[in-house]
Design a protein around this ligand. Structure first.
Ligand code: SF4
Length: 426
């Protein structure tokens, strides 16, 4: 595949944005099931795919043979591919058996994959048909987790976007409400709910909710705040329902969390003194926990490969709060509007590279010899073998990292590989 890069553009904030096209190395959107199935407690994710897809999510999630898992794969086999079996009949049979055995399932996602897309299996029609036959006990939605031209966090985006048309409508006369969008660990969500309540914002909802029948209402009086930077389609779907976005950086690190909360406070006219009182203890705790890691991360040269779409907020955290130096910040996609506040905060001259040309980026990384490289699983081993310290970007999705009380854990994730390398060298 030929790679090429476009002419660099300098954003208004002094960040140099480059675009690159070529070979990519990323996981597919099925990976999102690993954290989404823990979040929506009565949902089930049925991947319609191949043995490769089944293998991917089982190894990503760690197989829980002792528990009733909330995801599975309906395997498309040779008979299906040869057209001997009717795929829709097969799917109805699999879903029927599943629901009979698992009456706890209230929301079923049919998750498309590369094979289901290649054979053009229409999962939206299947979801409609099954929703009708299983109503009112089970709702069936569909989205694609396929790895063709996507990256792994887009699975969550597609899943949340599929929920939006189904959300209840908020009455036109309802007071303005705040909707936090993006899957957060329950512990983080509870902390944010408490902080918002202390700021005087009691009507705060979260998407996704923890249970299918608790999904938030949405309408023209909804202001939404993104908790994750990769929710392009979900944001678009919410705006189609009349909701308006509150522009903010993302709640990573003490500064990111304060600015994120501040954006909501400003949008809802929270008294600055009340904001100060509500956030001061958390800011203090976060800043104390970060002190511990600053010495180890300060001055370290960091290189991001494009993988999770969390790269720009993470780079901002590492450079501004930890004193790290950014060699290159790769990101698979750069949503200019959603990331505008983050780009503003990056040091002048930071190189943000959108897209990927794997070989070129590997060459640049090797030449730069960064102290720490944040990359996908597939790149970590070869880079480690060449003597570079790496951090798997996927860990940043599996670990609660948002908010004041997780700021230290976030810094710790970046410190660990540096400590390990020091020990190896000793
Ligand atoms: Fe592989 Fe595509 Fe299945 Fe993902 S969806 S595991 S990329 S075949």
């Amino acid at each position: 595949m030929n790679a090429h890069a476009s002419i660099p553009a300098t954003a208004g904030c002094g960040v140099e944005i480059r675009q690159e096209y070529g070979q990519r190395a990323v996981f597919c959107g099925l990976t999102g099931i690993v954290w989404l199935h823990r979040k929506i407690q009565d949902a089930f994710f049925l991947v319609v795919g191949s043995r490769t897809c089944a293998h991917l999510i089982q190894s990503a999630a760690g197989v829980m043979i002792f528990a009733e898992p909330r995801f599975a794969t309906a395997i498309i086999d040779e008979r299906d591919l040869a057209g001997i079996a009717d795929m829709n009949d097969e799917l109805d049979r699999v879903v029927g058996r599943l629901i009979e055995r698992r009456p706890d399932i209230k929301l079923l996602f049919l998750v498309g994959s590369c094979p289901s897309e290649v054979i053009k299996l229409d999962l939206s029609r299947a979801a409609l048909r099954l929703s009708k036959s299983l109503a009112p006990d089970v709702r069936v939605l569909n989205y694609s987790g396929s790895g063709i031209e996507t990256t792994f966090t887009q699975g969550e985006d597609a899943c949340l976007a599929s929920l939006v048309p189904d959300l209840p409508s908020e009455p036109a006369e309802a007071a303005t409400s705040l909707l936090v969008v993006g899957a957060l660990a329950d512990v983080v969500e509870d902390q944010f709910a408490r902080l918002f309540a202390e700021m005087g914002l009691s009507d705060v909802r979260f998407l996704p909710a923890r249970r299918a029948n608790e999904m938030p209402a949405v309408g023209r009086n909804t202001r939404y705040l993104l908790a994750q930077p990769f929710l392009t389609d979900a944001a678009r779907a919410l705006e189609e329902r009349g909701a308006r976005r509150i522009s903010a950086p993302f709640p990573l690190g003490a500064e990111g969390t304060t600015r994120w909360l501040q954006a909501a406070a400003d949008a809802f006219g929270v008294d600055p003194k009340r904001f100060e009182v509500a956030t001061a203890p958390g800011r203090k705790r976060a800043s104390q926990s970060l002190d511990h890691y600053r010495e180890r991360l300060g001055g370290k040269r960091i290189f991001f490969f494009p993988d999770s779409q969390l790269e720009v907020p993470l780079a901002r955290f590492l450079s501004r709060e930890m004193g790290a130096e950014l060699v290159e910040v790769g990101t698979p996609y750069l949503h200019r509007a959603h990331l505008a506040d983050e780009l503003e905060l990056l040091p002048r001259g930071t190189i943000v590279n959108e897209g990927q040309s794997l070989d070129d980026q590997m060459d640049r990384c090797r030449a730069a010899k960064p102290d720490l490289t944040i990359c996908g699983l597939g790149l970590a081993n070869p880079l480690e073998a060449e003597g570079l310290s790496t951090k798997w970007s996927i860990e940043l999705l599996f670990t609660p990292i948002q908010g004041y009380d997780q700021a230290g854990d976030l810094a710790e994730l970046f410190c660990r590989p540096l400590v390990r390398r020091t020990r190896l060298e000793v």
